[in-house]
Design a protein around this ligand. Structure first.
Ligand SMILES: *Cc1c(COP(=O)(O)O)cnc(C)c1O
Ligand SMILES: *[C@@H]1O[C@H](CO)[C@@H](O)[C@H](O)[C@H]1NC(C)=O
Length: 564
């Protein structure tokens, strides 16, 4: 009995061995099963990493939202519902259009080129007429009743920018041999910013057209770096929910998976535990902001830098908004916070080991003309991954540092001129006055408006507020502020409203606080429920279909922009 068993076993081992010959291994069947196991394993790893990053409950919620969206889309296909929704949508689209595009018999439209060129005088007169009819020129923004948007350095600076622009009007840094001065100015702007952010020797950067391009360039740099150095072909990035949408935009353009990590509703700090869990061998970069756009708080950059260093991945610090404010807080004596220990700033720049890139918008608190920003890397080697070089193009050897090909040298000259004129002292003064204005607003909200609370502990120029009163909808407050002439930003999750203080805000701080108190009273006593913020941001997250609808409206908005 025993011997037959042994024979059986040895036979099957023999059979197994013979099936392991090379030709058998390469047979169709084993190849098929090898492929099957390969796919099974890689997909399992993917799912496992996704679950680890998002957590089980968040993944189930994602799944729930995905399913309900599809169910609702099915329901919306029922002709009767479809007609109703389409009618509502058309009405909303018309609304958007009416608000943006001037109507009426008196409006003159220029829809084709004039046969004969117009005179200078005619052109300026036509612009005067448009401004008068549409109320654009020195209307809304010069009164300072708006959040961010116009980073005006004063009328002197405006004149300086115009002179610089005029002088380099036709210049194009794509041709440094033709415009050597523009090349020099760009290199110097980058050098000045590197110094401002305490970059180490050997650090490097380029200018771009704005914060979004700087961020997209950083994302591309890490993608290409990770592919070359770490062999990563399915790149992922880890981003706090409070980071700018430009990171999602970059990831969408460049096919990178984004793990968005929630931030605390009150402190606005990112959940570090979940952020750590989201890092895996495919991670190319993490993101921190100083300061973030929605609520003006900063991430714990030291902790993020240590994490990035440990995993040998990039850490991009988004100082697009912090620009020429956060580097001056220390010098202004404001980084330690106020006497109650509020509004403290913690380290954020290249002095932290692990910070590998920083974006800084010269066109925000640098007061340079719109269309200028700087992207910086801790080494010149890393910057190379940003470049695009094509040595075999039929049009000649093509090499360009960033997204654009031809670029406006005039804007570089404008930025250089402004930075020379402002100097350390100028930026220090502007930092001090703007930050103190923001703190005045934040303190007024905390101490005198019990219905509202300030999101987090913002160290610089932005103050966001939410409602802690059950009968006060903060979006309603935002709409009441609009009726009082203010252009503020609505936020979601949690619903809130923010103001980014600029030099234009300085004279209207008291008016803002008075109007805000008024607006809160009104929103509490007689909410209208029909303002734009309530409509857009209320819908934004009230149902599974909300984001879909808001997306359609936002698309209609973009269409309306191009209605002549
Ligand atoms: C403004 C801003 C950006 C994007 O800059 P753009 O110049 O508008 O492209 C990125 N991050 C933050 C924090 C910003 O405030
Ligand atoms: C939606 O809004 C509610 C409060 O109005 C908030 O609690 C929730 O977190 C928001 N959700 C999202 C996904 O924005």
């Amino acid at each position: 009995m025993a011997s037959t068993t042994i024979t059986n076993v040895s036979n099957s081992v023999k059979r197994y061995r013979s099936s392991l010959t090379l030709s058998n291994l390469l047979s169709f069947d084993s190849a098929k099963s090898a492929l099957f196991f390969y796919i099974l394993i890689t997909q399992t790893i993917k799912v496992q990493r996704h679950l680890r990053a998002r957590g089980v409950s968040a993944t189930l919620k994602e799944l729930y939202i995905w399913v309900s969206q599809h169910v609702i889309r099915l329901i919306l296909r029922v002709p009767a519902t479809q007609r109703k929704v389409a009618a509502q949508m058309d009405k909303a689209k018309l609304d958007i259009e009416n608000r943006l595009v001037p109507k009426g018999a008196t409006v003159v439209r220029h829809l084709s080129l004039p046969d004969e060129g117009k005179s200078f005088e005619w052109i300026i007169a036509e612009m005067d007429k448009m401004d008068e009819e549409l109320g654009g020129k020195r209307g809304v923004w010069s009164e300072g009743k708006l959040s961010g948007a116009v980073y005006h350095g004063g009328e002197d600076l405006e004149r300086l920018i115009v002179s610089a622009y005029q002088r380099y009007c036709v210049s194009n840094p794509l041709h440094p041999d033709v415009f050597p001065a523009v090349r020099k100015m760009e290199a110097e702007i980058v050098a000045m910013c590197l110094k401002l952010y305490n970059a180490p020797d050997g650090a490097a950067g380029t200018m771009t057209s704005g914060g979004t391009e700087s961020i997209i360039m950083a994302v591309k740099t890490y993608r290409d770096w990770a592919r070359k150095v770490k062999g990563i072909t399915e790149p992922e990035m880890v981003v706090p929910a409070s980071a700018h949408a430009a990171f999602d935009k970059g990831a969408a353009y460049l096919k990178i998976k984004v793990h968005t990590i929630p931030v605390d509703r009150y402190t606005r700090k990112v959940d570090m535990k979940r952020l750590k869990r989201a890092i895996n061998p495919n991670t190319i970069m993490v993101v921190g902001s100083c300061i973030n756009f929605p609520d003006g708080n900063q991430d714990d950059i030291s902790a993020l830098a240590a994490l990035a260093h440990k995993h040998n991945i990039g850490l991009h610090v988004d100082c697009c908004l912090g620009s020429f404010i956060v580097p001056y807080l220390e010098l202004a004596g404001l980084s330690g916070g106020d006497d109650k220990g509020k509004y403290k700033l913690t380290p954020f720049d290249f002095r932290l080991k692990g910070v590998t890139s920083v974006s800084c918008d010269t066109h925000k608190y640098g007061f340079a003309p719109k269309g200028t920003s700087v992207i910086m890397y801790h080494t010149a080697e890393l910057r190379r991954f940003q470049y695009y070089v094509n040595p075999t193009w039929s049009g000649g050897v093509y090499a360009s540092p960033s997204l654009s090909g031809s670029r406006p040298g005039a804007l570089i000259a404008g930025a250089w001129a402004v930075m020379q004129h402002m100097g350390t002292k100028g930026y220090l003064d502007s930092c001090r006055s703007i930050v103190l204005a923001a703190r005045t607003i934040a303190n007024a909200i905390t101490e005198t408006i019990p219905e509202l609370y300030v999101l987090g502990d913002p160290p610089a120029s932005v103050v966001a507020f939410g409602s802690k009163h059950p009968n006060v909808n903060v979006l309603e407050v935002g709409d009441a502020m609009s009726l009082r002439g203010w252009h503020l930003n609505g936020l979601s999750d949690p619903p809130a409203v923010h103001i980014a203080c600029t030099r234009l805000t300085l004279p209207v701080v008291d008016a803002f606080i008075a109007d805000l108190k008024d607006a809160v009273r009104e929103a509490k006593v007689s909410p209208s429920g029909s303002g734009t913020m309530v409509a857009v941001y209320g819908l934004g997250n009230s149902s599974a279909v909300g984001p879909d609808m808001v997306g359609q409206l936002a698309t209609a908005f973009l269409d309306a922009l191009y209605k002549a």
